[in-house]
Design a protein. Structure first.
Length: 239
């Protein structure tokens, strides 16, 4: 399968390295900001800036190319209307399958917290100093999972939280690729669930998995749709 990569930054560079090592993939091109793709491909991966994403989407639609979006901090209000069944589009704030598993466990943690008002759930994320959006897409998704399981928390907030709010904390320092914690704090016990990315290669591997999965599908999907194929049978069977 021929793929192309928009972006040559941290994630883009990791994608380039991973794609070159994948025997079933052919990396046709990897272009930087403002550069035009030189040839058609079957799937393109967007790992550049939020500002560049609308142009990447326009190109994918014009060239009937499936698209995987790993960029965060963007908004395209009419995305599903534009895509419809013209191409396959997969959007992911995080390409780690383990983080997708963590999202499922975060919902269970939220349900457990809802059993006892003294148990206070929270979300903490740490990324490198140059990451622009805060909280990032993964932290927002994890917060949403906790809220889905804990109805007494009706929203999240940064900083001091009211009793009905989920506290979300953000650290932007150093060179951390990504660390996320979902926790419970109570008067008698605490529980924490933490995912730490040791290398951006874990995101690159997941993005290439997404590229293989989206090929031939039509419409808008998330990485959670992919994860559902792999993880949900485990929850149903108890394996």
């Amino acid at each position: 399968m021929r793929i192309g990569i928009f972006g040559r930054g941290r994630l883009g560079s990791a994608l380039i390295e991973a794609a070159r090592q994948a025997p079933d993939l052919e990396l046709a091109w990897a272009v930087g900001q403002g550069e035009a793709p030189p040839a058609p491909v079957e799937v393109a991966l967007a790992a550049s800036t939020p500002e560049a994403l609308p142009a990447h989407l326009d190109w994918a639609l014009a060239n009937d190319t499936d698209l995987v979006i790993g960029t965060t901090g963007w908004t395209i209000p009419n995305l599903e209307t534009r895509v419809q069944d013209r191409i396959g589009l997969l959007v992911a704030p995080n390409f780690s399958l383990a983080v997708a598993l963590m999202g499922r466990l975060a919902r269970v943690l939220g349900r457990y917290a809802d059993l006892d008002p003294d148990l206070d759930p929270y979300v903490l994320e740490h990324h490198h100093a140059r990451k622009a959006d805060a909280p990032g897409g993964t932290a927002r998704a994890l917060a949403g999972a906790v809220l889905a399981g804990c109805p007494r928390k009706r929203g999240w907030t940064l900083g001091t939280a009211e009793p009905h709010q989920l506290s979300v904390a953000v650290v932007r320092a150093g060179a951390e690729p990504g660390r996320h914690t979902v926790g419970l704090d109570g008067p008698l016990e605490t529980l924490t669930l933490t995912h730490t990315a040791r290398s951006r290669q874990v995101f690159a591997a997941g993005a290439l998995r997404a590229a293989r999965w989206i090929r031939g599908r039509k419409g808008c999907f998330t990485f959670d749709d992919l994860a559902a194929d792999l993880l949900d049978p485990l929850f149903r069977t108890g394996v």
